[in-house]
Design a protein around this ligand. Structure first.
Ligand SMILES: [Zn+2]
Ligand SMILES: [Zn+2]
Length: 91
């Protein structure tokens, strides 16, 4: 079972599709971290990673439903990742 991290999404996070999705989520969350309400260094976090079994690949970062994405500031985001492992769901 391969693992995925933000690191392996690296280059994809500069993809125009991700930039567009990220913007949608930031607007939905009113450009605030959903945890601490900070408006500094905002990032969009995936609550789950989806592994598409039929295609043996991970879902592209912008292909997730909006409810699985959330706005976090850099510090809540890195704290969250240190504390919890993002679950990988086979779809
Ligand atoms: Zn925060
Ligand atoms: Zn994250």
């Amino acid at each position: 079972m391969p693992t995925v991290t933000h690191g392996s999404y690296g280059a994809l996070l500069f993809h125009p599709n991700w930039k567009a999705k990220r913007k949608e989520i930031l607007i939905r969350d009113q450009h605030r971290c959903v945890h601490c309400k900070s408006d500094k260094e905002l990032q969009v976090h995936h609550r789950q990673y989806h592994f598409i079994v039929n295609e043996q690949r991970f879902r592209l970062p912008w292909d997730y439903p909006d409810k699985l994405l959330m706005t976090l500031c850099e510090s809540c985001h890195s704290r969250g990742h240190n504390k919890y492992k993002v679950p990988t769901v086979n779809v």
